[in-house]
Design a protein around this ligand. Structure first.
Ligand code: ATP
Length: 226
């Protein structure tokens, strides 16, 4: 779908260790709500807040994403951050992608729990010159008040409009923060790793081929994967 002649593309960053149905459903719901042409999933090399030894090697996380996204023609993988293989900051990824695709209008998709700490992100004010943000708000994750941009963004954003499941704020560069109310699925990568470690089933929490990959490569059993 087009916006000022530009293609609207979602950017879904994460560790994806492993990718699960919650990620996939969130990507799909937001794609529909915002009329995105595509969603690029961007696995991180070393998330700035996690120790390298805690994270499964990127070749496994990439392979699981490939298996998970294969059946959705609107979903792609962007390997920029894993190829860099050093700590990757969102600002660098956005500079790279906006430089590469001047004809795209990006929407960076992020959970509300991460977005509310936006002032800890490198060059956080710059982010809103390069990209829109689609913030995932899930039932049970808000205090019942309509979501608002974090205080750190000060007066940069003002209320724009409401649609059925989205509240839009806009800044002077015409970039928006779209708070999307998704139905969502209550699952996390932490929970999946915990289930595997305790020899419980993960069926229906991740796509079948991802489950098979995890089992045949003996991931998340307790020893570190190579
Ligand atoms: P972990 O449990 O290891 O912290 P995670 O399940 O939160 O992992 P990440 O790869 O860290 O997964 O998350 C990537 C993005 O997906 C984040 O913005 C996060 O808020 C969002 N997210 C994670 N789980 C869900 C879910 N069940 N529904 C919607 N969004 C989710």
């Amino acid at each position: 779908m087009e916006n000022n002649g530009k293609k609207k593309v979602g950017l879904f960053g994460g560790t994806f260790d492993p990718v699960h149905m919650g990620h996939l459903r969130a990507g799909e719901e937001i794609r529909e709500m915002l009329g995105l042409s595509e969603v690029y999933f961007i696995p991180s090399a070393l998330p700035p807040h996690k120790e390298s030894s805690e994270v499964t090697p990127s070749r496994h996380r990439l392979k699981m994403l490939e298996l998970a996204l294969d059946s959705n023609p609107f979903f792609e993988i962007c390997e920029y951050e894993v190829e860099k293989s050093s700590a990757s900051y969102t600002i660098e990824t956005l500079k790279y992608l906006t430089g590469l695709h001047a004809d795209h209008e990006f929407y960076f998709i992020v959970g509300n729990e991460l977005f509310s700490d936006i002032e800890t992100w490198k060059d956080y004010r710059e982010l809103f010159k390069l990209s829109n943000f689609a913030v995932i708000t899930r039932p049970g994750f808000s205090n019942g008040e309509p979501p608002k941009p974090p205080l750190a963004l000060g007066a940069d954003f003002s209320y724009d409009k409401n649609t059925e499941n989205v509240i839009f704020y806009r800044n002077k560069n015409s970039k928006v923060i779209a708070f999307t109310q998704i139905r969502g699925l209550e699952v996390s990568s932490t929970e999946i790793r915990r289930l595997i470690k305790t020899e419980k089933s993960i069926r229906y929490l991740v796509p079948g081929p991802v489950e098979e990959y995890i089992m045949s490569n003996m991931l998340y059993r307790g020893e570190e994967a190579q």
